[in-house]
Design a protein around this ligand. Sequence first.
Ligand SMILES: [Zn+2]
Ligand SMILES: [Zn+2]
Length: 274
Amino acid sequence: MAFKVKFWGVRGSIACPSPNHVVYGGNTSCIEVTAGDVHLILDAGTGIRGLGNEFIRQGRTNSALLLTHTHWDHINGFPFFSPIFCQPMTLDIYAGHLSDCGGIQQVFASQMATPMFPVPLEALQATLRFVDFRSGETLRFGEDVVVQTAPLNHPNGATGYRINYNGHSVCLITDTEHVPGQPDQRILDLIEGADLVIYDSTYTDDEFAAKVGWGHSTWQEGVRLCRAANVHRLAIFHHDPDHDDEFMERLEDQARRMWDRALVARDNMELTLD
Ligand SMILES: [Zn+2]
Ligand SMILES: [Zn+2]
Protein backbone atom coordinates (compact mmCIF):
# COMPACT_ATOMS: atom_id res chain seq x y z
CA MET A 1 0.00 0.00 0.00
CA ALA A 2 1.27 3.44 -0.92
CA PHE A 3 3.00 5.80 1.52
CA LYS A 4 3.04 9.28 -0.04
CA VAL A 5 3.70 12.88 0.94
CA LYS A 6 2.42 15.93 -0.94
CA PHE A 7 3.39 19.50 -0.08
CA TRP A 8 0.52 22.01 -0.40
CA GLY A 9 2.29 24.84 1.43
CA VAL A 10 5.99 25.22 2.30
CA ARG A 11 6.37 28.83 3.54
CA GLY A 12 6.72 30.04 7.08
CA SER A 13 5.34 33.16 8.76
CA ILE A 14 3.03 34.54 6.06
CA ALA A 15 1.89 33.63 2.56
CA CYS A 16 3.86 35.44 -0.15
CA PRO A 17 2.20 35.25 -3.56
CA SER A 18 4.42 37.18 -5.97
CA PRO A 19 6.11 36.76 -9.36
CA ASN A 20 9.34 36.10 -7.42
CA HIS A 21 7.88 33.16 -5.48
CA VAL A 22 6.37 30.96 -8.20
CA VAL A 23 9.05 28.24 -8.36
CA TYR A 24 9.02 27.24 -4.68
CA GLY A 25 5.53 28.56 -3.90
CA GLY A 26 3.99 31.09 -1.54
CA ASN A 27 1.49 29.09 0.55
CA THR A 28 2.07 28.46 4.25
CA SER A 29 2.46 25.09 5.99
CA CYS A 30 0.26 22.21 4.81
CA ILE A 31 1.34 18.65 3.99
CA GLU A 32 -0.83 15.69 2.94
CA VAL A 33 0.27 12.20 4.00
CA THR A 34 -1.37 9.06 2.59
CA ALA A 35 -0.41 5.83 4.37
CA GLY A 36 -2.41 2.96 2.89
CA ASP A 37 -6.04 3.58 3.92
CA VAL A 38 -5.09 6.32 6.39
CA HIS A 39 -5.19 9.96 5.30
CA LEU A 40 -3.53 12.69 7.36
CA ILE A 41 -3.13 16.44 6.96
CA LEU A 42 -0.22 18.13 8.72
CA ASP A 43 -1.03 21.77 9.47
CA ALA A 44 -3.71 24.05 8.06
CA GLY A 45 -1.78 26.99 6.60
CA THR A 46 -2.96 28.63 3.38
CA GLY A 47 -1.92 25.54 1.39
CA ILE A 48 -4.92 23.65 2.79
CA ARG A 49 -7.28 25.57 0.45
CA GLY A 50 -5.96 23.69 -2.60
CA LEU A 51 -6.10 20.39 -0.72
CA GLY A 52 -9.75 21.09 0.13
CA ASN A 53 -10.56 21.50 -3.56
CA GLU A 54 -8.86 18.14 -4.19
CA PHE A 55 -11.03 16.55 -1.46
CA ILE A 56 -14.17 17.81 -3.22
CA ARG A 57 -12.93 16.46 -6.60
CA GLN A 58 -12.10 13.05 -5.11
CA GLY A 59 -15.19 12.86 -2.90
CA ARG A 60 -13.03 12.28 0.19
CA THR A 61 -15.13 12.48 3.35
CA ASN A 62 -12.73 11.91 6.22
CA SER A 63 -9.25 12.76 7.41
CA ALA A 64 -7.30 13.75 10.50
CA LEU A 65 -5.55 17.10 10.86
CA LEU A 66 -2.39 17.02 13.01
CA LEU A 67 -1.25 20.48 14.03
CA THR A 68 2.35 21.27 14.86
CA HIS A 69 1.01 24.34 16.70
CA THR A 70 -1.44 27.18 16.24
CA HIS A 71 0.54 30.19 15.06
CA TRP A 72 -1.31 31.83 12.15
CA ASP A 73 0.84 30.40 9.38
CA HIS A 74 -0.20 26.88 10.51
CA ILE A 75 -3.97 27.37 10.95
CA ASN A 76 -5.34 30.30 9.00
CA GLY A 77 -6.13 28.38 5.84
CA PHE A 78 -8.65 26.32 7.84
CA PRO A 79 -11.69 28.62 7.29
CA PHE A 80 -11.05 28.23 3.52
CA PHE A 81 -10.82 24.40 3.59
CA SER A 82 -14.10 23.94 1.72
CA PRO A 83 -14.95 20.36 2.87
CA ILE A 84 -15.81 21.77 6.34
CA PHE A 85 -18.87 23.38 4.77
CA CYS A 86 -20.09 19.99 3.48
CA GLN A 87 -21.70 16.89 4.93
CA PRO A 88 -20.74 14.07 5.42
CA MET A 89 -17.16 15.31 5.98
CA THR A 90 -15.61 14.13 9.25
CA LEU A 91 -12.36 15.70 10.45
CA ASP A 92 -10.45 14.88 13.63
CA ILE A 93 -8.23 17.78 14.72
CA TYR A 94 -5.22 17.04 16.96
CA ALA A 95 -2.92 19.38 18.88
CA GLY A 96 -0.25 18.53 21.44
CA HIS A 97 0.59 21.92 22.96
CA LEU A 98 -2.69 23.25 24.37
CA SER A 99 -3.77 20.80 27.11
CA ASP A 100 -2.89 23.33 29.80
CA CYS A 101 -4.25 26.43 28.09
CA GLY A 102 -7.80 25.93 26.94
CA GLY A 103 -7.46 23.24 24.25
CA ILE A 104 -7.58 23.23 20.48
CA GLN A 105 -11.34 23.70 20.00
CA GLN A 106 -11.22 27.09 21.71
CA VAL A 107 -8.42 28.29 19.39
CA PHE A 108 -10.33 27.23 16.27
CA ALA A 109 -13.53 28.83 17.57
CA SER A 110 -11.76 32.12 18.30
CA GLN A 111 -10.15 32.19 14.84
CA MET A 112 -13.65 32.04 13.29
CA ALA A 113 -15.44 34.26 15.81
CA THR A 114 -17.14 37.50 14.81
CA PRO A 115 -15.86 39.99 13.65
CA MET A 116 -12.84 38.09 12.27
CA PHE A 117 -14.85 35.63 10.14
CA PRO A 118 -18.53 35.54 9.09
CA VAL A 119 -19.21 31.82 9.70
CA PRO A 120 -18.73 30.58 13.28
CA LEU A 121 -17.21 27.17 13.97
CA GLU A 122 -20.51 25.79 15.29
CA ALA A 123 -22.29 26.55 12.00
CA LEU A 124 -20.04 24.25 9.94
CA GLN A 125 -21.72 21.28 8.26
CA ALA A 126 -18.80 18.88 8.76
CA THR A 127 -18.40 16.79 11.89
CA LEU A 128 -15.29 18.08 13.69
CA ARG A 129 -13.74 16.17 16.59
CA PHE A 130 -11.10 17.98 18.63
CA VAL A 131 -8.39 15.95 20.37
CA ASP A 132 -5.87 17.43 22.80
CA PHE A 133 -2.88 15.26 23.64
CA ARG A 134 0.49 15.97 25.22
CA SER A 135 3.57 16.19 22.97
CA GLY A 136 5.49 13.00 23.64
CA GLU A 137 2.43 10.73 23.46
CA THR A 138 1.96 8.19 20.66
CA LEU A 139 -1.14 8.30 18.42
CA ARG A 140 -2.58 5.49 16.28
CA PHE A 141 -4.57 5.69 13.08
CA GLY A 142 -6.27 2.72 11.41
CA GLU A 143 -4.70 -0.71 11.86
CA ASP A 144 -1.07 0.07 11.24
CA VAL A 145 -0.15 3.76 11.30
CA VAL A 146 1.72 4.78 14.45
CA VAL A 147 2.48 8.46 15.04
CA GLN A 148 5.15 9.34 17.60
CA THR A 149 5.39 12.91 18.87
CA ALA A 150 7.85 15.13 20.75
CA PRO A 151 7.84 18.70 22.04
CA LEU A 152 9.80 21.28 20.04
CA ASN A 153 11.57 24.46 21.15
CA HIS A 154 9.19 27.22 20.01
CA PRO A 155 7.37 30.17 21.65
CA ASN A 156 3.91 28.92 22.87
CA GLY A 157 5.02 25.32 22.16
CA ALA A 158 4.97 23.07 19.11
CA THR A 159 4.86 19.34 18.39
CA GLY A 160 7.14 17.28 16.16
CA TYR A 161 5.61 14.23 14.44
CA ARG A 162 6.96 10.92 13.16
CA ILE A 163 4.49 8.92 11.06
CA ASN A 164 5.39 5.23 10.79
CA TYR A 165 3.79 2.89 8.26
CA ASN A 166 4.84 -0.37 6.65
CA GLY A 167 8.47 -0.14 7.80
CA HIS A 168 8.91 3.45 6.58
CA SER A 169 8.61 6.84 8.25
CA VAL A 170 8.27 10.56 7.62
CA CYS A 171 8.86 13.28 10.25
CA LEU A 172 7.67 16.87 10.40
CA ILE A 173 9.90 18.99 12.65
CA THR A 174 8.59 22.58 12.54
CA ASP A 175 8.67 25.13 14.13
CA THR A 176 11.74 24.76 16.33
CA GLU A 177 14.87 26.68 17.37
CA HIS A 178 18.20 24.97 17.86
CA VAL A 179 21.10 25.86 20.14
CA PRO A 180 24.29 26.04 18.04
CA GLY A 181 26.64 23.17 18.84
CA GLN A 182 24.03 21.34 20.95
CA PRO A 183 21.85 19.07 18.80
CA ASP A 184 18.34 18.68 20.27
CA GLN A 185 18.31 15.15 21.71
CA ARG A 186 14.50 14.92 21.61
CA ILE A 187 14.59 15.59 17.87
CA LEU A 188 17.47 13.14 17.30
CA ASP A 189 15.50 10.42 19.12
CA LEU A 190 12.32 11.14 17.12
CA ILE A 191 13.94 11.19 13.66
CA GLU A 192 16.45 8.32 14.12
CA GLY A 193 16.63 6.28 10.90
CA ALA A 194 13.63 8.01 9.26
CA ASP A 195 13.15 7.89 5.48
CA LEU A 196 12.28 11.58 5.24
CA VAL A 197 12.58 14.50 7.66
CA ILE A 198 10.81 17.76 6.83
CA TYR A 199 12.64 20.42 8.86
CA ASP A 200 12.19 24.08 9.88
CA SER A 201 14.80 25.75 7.68
CA THR A 202 13.56 29.32 7.98
CA TYR A 203 17.07 30.79 8.12
CA THR A 204 20.59 30.13 6.94
CA ASP A 205 23.34 29.72 9.55
CA ASP A 206 24.57 33.21 8.58
CA GLU A 207 21.15 34.76 9.26
CA PHE A 208 20.56 32.82 12.48
CA ALA A 209 22.76 34.92 14.79
CA ALA A 210 20.40 37.89 14.36
CA LYS A 211 17.29 35.73 14.93
CA VAL A 212 18.05 33.96 18.22
CA GLY A 213 14.84 33.69 20.26
CA TRP A 214 12.54 33.84 17.22
CA GLY A 215 11.84 30.08 17.43
CA HIS A 216 13.28 28.84 14.15
CA SER A 217 16.20 26.87 12.79
CA THR A 218 18.44 26.61 9.70
CA TRP A 219 18.82 24.23 6.78
CA GLN A 220 22.41 23.54 7.87
CA GLU A 221 21.15 22.39 11.31
CA GLY A 222 18.68 20.16 9.44
CA VAL A 223 21.59 18.54 7.58
CA ARG A 224 23.57 18.10 10.81
CA LEU A 225 20.64 16.47 12.64
CA CYS A 226 19.74 14.18 9.72
CA ARG A 227 23.33 13.00 9.32
CA ALA A 228 23.68 12.38 13.07
CA ALA A 229 20.41 10.40 13.15
CA ASN A 230 21.02 8.30 9.99
CA VAL A 231 18.08 9.87 8.18
CA HIS A 232 17.70 8.98 4.50
CA ARG A 233 16.43 12.31 3.09
CA LEU A 234 15.94 15.89 4.32
CA ALA A 235 13.23 18.21 2.98
CA ILE A 236 14.12 21.86 3.63
CA PHE A 237 10.84 23.52 4.67
CA HIS A 238 9.14 26.61 6.22
CA HIS A 239 10.97 28.98 3.89
CA ASP A 240 11.33 32.63 4.92
CA PRO A 241 9.00 34.77 2.74
CA ASP A 242 11.99 37.08 2.12
CA HIS A 243 13.80 34.20 0.39
CA ASP A 244 12.65 34.58 -3.22
CA ASP A 245 13.12 32.02 -6.02
CA GLU A 246 16.59 33.28 -6.87
CA PHE A 247 17.68 32.98 -3.22
CA MET A 248 16.09 29.53 -2.88
CA GLU A 249 17.79 28.23 -6.04
CA ARG A 250 21.18 29.24 -4.61
CA LEU A 251 20.24 27.71 -1.25
CA GLU A 252 19.19 24.44 -2.93
CA ASP A 253 22.50 24.27 -4.77
CA GLN A 254 24.48 24.86 -1.54
CA ALA A 255 22.41 22.30 0.36
CA ARG A 256 22.96 19.60 -2.28
CA ARG A 257 26.70 20.27 -2.19
CA MET A 258 26.74 19.96 1.62
CA TRP A 259 24.60 16.77 1.57
CA ASP A 260 23.30 15.19 -1.63
CA ARG A 261 20.29 13.79 0.25
CA ALA A 262 18.89 17.28 0.93
CA LEU A 263 16.07 18.67 -1.18
CA VAL A 264 14.04 21.86 -0.99
CA ALA A 265 10.27 21.38 -0.60
CA ARG A 266 8.06 23.22 -3.12
CA ASP A 267 4.31 23.68 -3.35
CA ASN A 268 2.76 20.64 -5.12
CA MET A 269 5.88 18.45 -4.75
CA GLU A 270 5.08 14.76 -4.19
CA LEU A 271 7.38 12.16 -2.65
CA THR A 272 6.94 8.41 -2.22
CA LEU A 273 8.27 6.61 0.85
CA ASP A 274 8.47 2.98 -0.25
ZN1 LIG B 1 5.52 28.77 11.34
ZN1 LIG C 1 5.38 29.14 14.89
